[in-house]
Design a protein around this ligand. Structure first.
Ligand code: ZN
Length: 119
C-alpha cells in the first residue's frame, strides 16, 4: 500500500497499480499521479528524483512524455482575444459549416495582421 494525499479527502491508500510516475523528457521534471479512490479527482504532484526512485523501486509504472513541438514554433500576429472567441462561438451557432468559417477567418487574418507579421 502507498499512502498519498488528496487535496479534498486528505490521506488515501493506493496500490502500486493506482499510481503512475510521469517523467518529462523535455525538462526532466518528474511527478506522480493517481485518481483518488474516494472522490475520483485526478491528482498530480511534483516528485524529486529521490521520491521517483522509491516509487519505481516499489513497482510503480513509469510514463515518459514530452512537451508538444508546437511550443517551439514561432508565433506571429496578434493573440486571439476574448472578443475573437465570442465571435467564433456565435459563428459556430449560426449554422455555417466549419470549413467556411475557417476559410473566412484565415482570409480576414491575412487582411488584418498576416503578411507584415509573417514576413
Ligand atoms: Zn479525494
Amino acid at each position: 500500500m502507498i499512502r498519498a494525499s488528496c487535496p479534498t479527502c486528505g490521506d488515501v491508500e493506493l496500490t502500486t497499480r493506482d499510481v503512475r510516475v510521469l517523467l518529462c523528457s523535455t525538462t526532466y521534471e518528474s511527478s506522480y499521479a493517481f485518481q483518488c479512490p474516494s472522490c475520483r479527482v485526478a491528482v498530480a504532484k511534483p516528485a524529486e528524483a529521490r521520491v521517483v526512485d522509491v516509487l519505481l523501486a516499489s513497482g510503480i509504472s513509469l510514463s515518459v512524455w514530452q512537451m508538444p513541438a508546437e511550443l517551439d514554433e514561432a508565433k506571429t500576429g496578434q493573440p486571439i482575444s476574448y472578443d475573437d472567441l465570442l465571435e467564433f462561438h456565435f459563428q459556430l451557432g449560426s449554422g455555417a459549416d466549419l470549413d467556411t468559417l475557417l476559410a473566412a477567418g484565415t482570409a480576414r487574418w491575412l487582411e488584418n495582421a498576416g503578411p507584415q507579421d509573417v514576413a
